[in-house]
Design a binder for this molecule. Structure first.
Ligand code: GDP
Length: 296
């Protein structure tokens, strides 16, 4: 019946008009709507619980402003708290200031969008006047190497000439040396994924991390997988320490609440969002846009 959270809260708060302050009792229904909206948007239930408690603490005792409808007032509190939870409007950009070549390592499950994102990120970096080298390091999935080479050709960005018979760690080390010698200032490692986290893969990624010394380890999360992405992000973070998240496939109907949970669980901010299969469909992440999407 109601489309979005603002409308729902507006109706819940009709009865609050004329009352002076928000109390435990009179905001109970509103908090219930907030909880449901967040769960519907795929935010992890534990994160939702803590979050709603936080909003409750902020709201109880607050005077009901004359200028704003109470519903809007709670939406404002929810909105600001959500932005804070996502790390605020800070500069979520990549750490590229180190001595070149700066290495960025992309990790995630198979199908999350790593290879596509690798191309998109290369294109974005070139717009920042950098000279990226794309490195295919997935020797297990048939045609993965060829896929990145094709992406590189489409974008006219150089791709390291990896071969399927090589060890991924050796590929990455050789690629960093190659970048040093040939004036590439940014190296993008497109690592292998699996359908689920396994020890073999994690072990390999740990060895690549040790050998290539990435400045950033970017976890590519498929927004469509919702809660699953949160568990997986936690697993990658425990073994590798991720520094940022790229949320792919946000052009679908996923609300993107997973981004919020991933930040809460790993501490790593979302840095980019993928908005389509095309190689220019990548945007720097803006917390306020995602919050508006979650709140509807
Ligand atoms: P990888 O296995 O992690 O390397 O994933 P791929 O890069 O091969 O992507 C898997 C599929 O997801 C491909 O069909 C991509 O075109 C698609 N894909 C990747 N990013 C996006 C995105 O932001 N939006 C949409 N709609 N599709 C995407």
């Amino acid at each position: 019946m109601f489309d979005n959270l603002s409308d729902k809260l507006e109706s819940v708060f009709k009865k609050l008009r004329g009352q002076g302050v928000m109390t435990e009792d009179n905001i109970k229904d509103a908090l219930r709507e907030v909880r449901l909206a967040l769960l519907e948007a795929d935010v992890n239930f534990k994160v939702v619980k803590d979050f709603v408690e936080n909003v409750r603490l902020k709201a109880v005792g607050t005077e009901v402003m004359q200028s704003l409808a109470p519903g809007q007032q709670v939406v404002r509190i929810v909105h600001d708290e959500l932005i804070t939870l996502m790390g605020g409007d800070q500069d979520n950009n990549l750490d590229l200031a180190a001595k070149p070549p700066v290495v960025l390592m992309l990790v995630g499950l198979q199908g999350a969008g790593k290879t596509t994102t690798c191309g998109k990120l290369g294109s974005w970096l070139r717009k920042q006047k950098r000279r990226p080298l794309l490195v295919p390091a997935d020797v297990y999935r048939p045609a993965a190497i060829e896929q990145l080479k094709t992406v590189g050709r489409q974008l006219n960005i150089d791709v390291f000439d990896s071969q399927t018979g090589q060890e991924p760690v050796d590929i990455c080390s050789a690629a960093v040396r190659f970048a040093e010698l040939n004036g590439f200032d940014t190296v993008l490692l497109d690592t292998a994924g699996r359908h689920q986290i396994d020890d073999f893969l994690m072990n390999e990624l740990e060895r690549i991390k040790a050998a290539a010394q990435p400045r950033e380890i970017l976890f590519v999360a498929d927004a469509m997988t919702g809660q699953e992405a949160v568990t997986v992000a936690g697993g990658f973070n425990d073994r590798l320490g991720i520094t940022g998240v790229i949320l792919s496939k946000l052009d679908g109907d996923a609300k993107g609440g997973a981004a919020l949970s991933i930040k809460a669980v790993t501490g790593a901010p979302v840095k980019f969002v993928g908005l389509g299969e095309k190689l220019d469909a990548l945007e720097v992440f803006h917390p306020d846009r995602l919050v508006s999407r979650i709140l509807g």
